[in-house]
Design a protein around this ligand. Structure first.
Ligand SMILES: NC(=O)C1=CN([C@@H]2O[C@H](COP(=O)(O)OP(=O)(O)OC[C@H]3O[C@@H](n4cnc5c(N)ncnc54)[C@H](OP(=O)(O)O)[C@@H]3O)[C@@H](O)[C@H]2O)C=CC1
Ligand SMILES: C[C@H](O)[C@@H]1OC(=O)[C@H](O)[C@@H]1O
Length: 254
């Protein structure tokens, strides 16, 4: 069964990793897809090609989500191409691992702006368009297990993921009257570009694997199903929810 037939799905940060898997997953379920990305032209074009190979339409729109204008431009380009916005997957994010005591100010500010401000303005721009259309919509934000637990080298990052989680709770209330649902997914450790260097350390990687009851770290495709589900009418009565997609890592105390 195709869960997103005829829908227009927007995904931020979809050149690689979780965003790319979500974009392709949406296309597999019958959606046309607009992707945003910041730098990686080749991977973004390859994501578009993968979607087109599935018989769906796709556009790639380059832009830094930290700039509020990027959100307005992304939504406008999607509406030009596909006529409407049904789903926004706010996914773009960075995690430059760094110790706390000597954390550079610019790293903190950039991480906040990309991860939290970026999500805020993308969600707002999509919601403005959905309200104008008048037939509801679905917003899925990629938060993290890190919204709930800390990380020694992620003191600038975990607050942004808690913020994204909270944003979905508040927008679920603000947008419920417009039948716009807002939910988040909370991935555990998923093997992508964002943690390639961090997990190149075999000892760290083994430790993270051992903490995971399902016995492996995640792949980007592990997020596609949960994101498509929350985006779809299968989740028509789900809003303000947060879905851990972490192989059980969060509940594994001992
Ligand atoms: N991997 C993991 O273990 C986990 C990841 N997450 C979250 O998942 C999301 C995706 O990360 P993941 O797939 O792992 O990592 P990747 O590095 O593979 O993907 C990040 C994506 O975000 C884009 N991006 C980065 N900065 C910007 C920006 N300023 N404006 C627009 N796009 C931008 C990148 O585009 P480009 O390549 O063009 O720079 C890329 O498409 C992030 O929000 C992350 O916090 C949450 C929990 C766990
Ligand atoms: C980048 C990390 O590996 C990843 O991001 C998160 O949100 C989790 O903390 C994961 O470990």
């Amino acid at each position: 069964m195709k869960l997103l037939e005829g829908k227009t799905v927007l995904v931020t940060g979809a050149s690689t990793g979780i965003g790319r898997a979500a974009a392709i997953g949406a296309a597999q379920h019958g959606a046309n897809v607009a992707i945003n990305y910041a730098n990686s032209d080749g991977p973004a074009q390859s994501c578009v090609a993968a979607i087109e190979a599935l018989g769906q339409r796709a556009i790639a729109v380059k832009g830094d989500v930290a700039d509020p204008q990027t959100a307005q431009d992304f939504v406008a380009r999607a509406v030009d191409a596909f006529g409407k916005v049904d789903v926004m997957v706010s996914n773009a994010g960075i995690c430059p691992f760094h110790a706390f005591l000597d954390m550079p100010v610019d790293v903190v500010e950039r991480t906040f702006r990309v991860n939290l401000h970026g999500a805020y303005f993308m969600v707002q721009a999509a919601a403005q368009q959905m309200v104008k259309q008048g037939h509801g919509g679905s917003i899925v934000a990629v938060s993290s297990i890190s919204a709930l637990v800390g990380g020694e080298y992620q003191t600038h990052y975990t607050p942004t993921k808690a913020g994204v989680h909270s944003l979905m709770q508040s927008t679920a209330i603000a947008l419920g009257k417009h039948n716009i649902r807002c939910n988040s997914v909370l991935p555990g450790t998923i093997l992508t570009e964002i943690n390639k260097d961090d997990l190149a350390d075999d000892e760290k990687r083994r430790y993270m694997e051992q903490r995971t009851p399902l016995g492996r770290l995640g792949a980007p495709e592990d997020l596609a199903g949960p994101i498509v589900f929350l985006a779809s009418d299968m989740a028509a009565y789900v809003t303000g929810a947060a879905l851990l997609v972490d192989g059980g890592m969060y509940v594994n105390l001992q």
